[in-house]
Ligand binder design. Structure first.
Ligand SMILES: [Zn+2]
Length: 117
């Protein structure tokens, strides 16, 4: 049966070594001040964490790496969903703006559209 420590938010009273079943609901009512200020304080669990070699730092690092992969994946999906907008006809081959094209003679325009020059 796990042992819990409780502390009161309100009056800072501490309750240690409270035997509870995992299925028991958390205590909230503080015997010292009579208010619902109790919260469960984690004890012991942290040490088990360290012994396994999984420091909190290394877990955070791992999470960051996983997130980075996830983000890259999402970026790739976004790129697939939104391909580059199709270029307008006057830029399909060359890189002249519509204004430049308007200044061209009919022959020049035709050549630009055909050859991109
Ligand atoms: Zn209290």
């Amino acid at each position: 049966m796990p042992i819990y420590d409780y502390e009161c938010r309100n009056c800072k009273a501490q309750l240690s070594d409270v035997f509870q079943k995992v299925t028991d609901t958390e205590l909230t009512k503080c015997e010292a001040c009579g208010k619902d200020g109790l919260y469960r304080v984690l004890t012991g669990g942290i040490h088990g964490f360290m012994a396994g070699g999984n420091t909190i730092g290394s877990i955070a690092d791992k999470n960051t790496r996983l997130n980075k992969n996830k983000i890259n994946e999402m970026e790739a999906m976004k790129r697939e969903a939104n391909p580059e907008p199709e270029k307008p006809w006057y830029q399909k081959q060359g890189d002249k703006s519509r204004k430049e094209i308007n200044k061209m003679s009919e022959n020049q325009k035709t050549r630009y559209i055909m050859e991109g020059k």
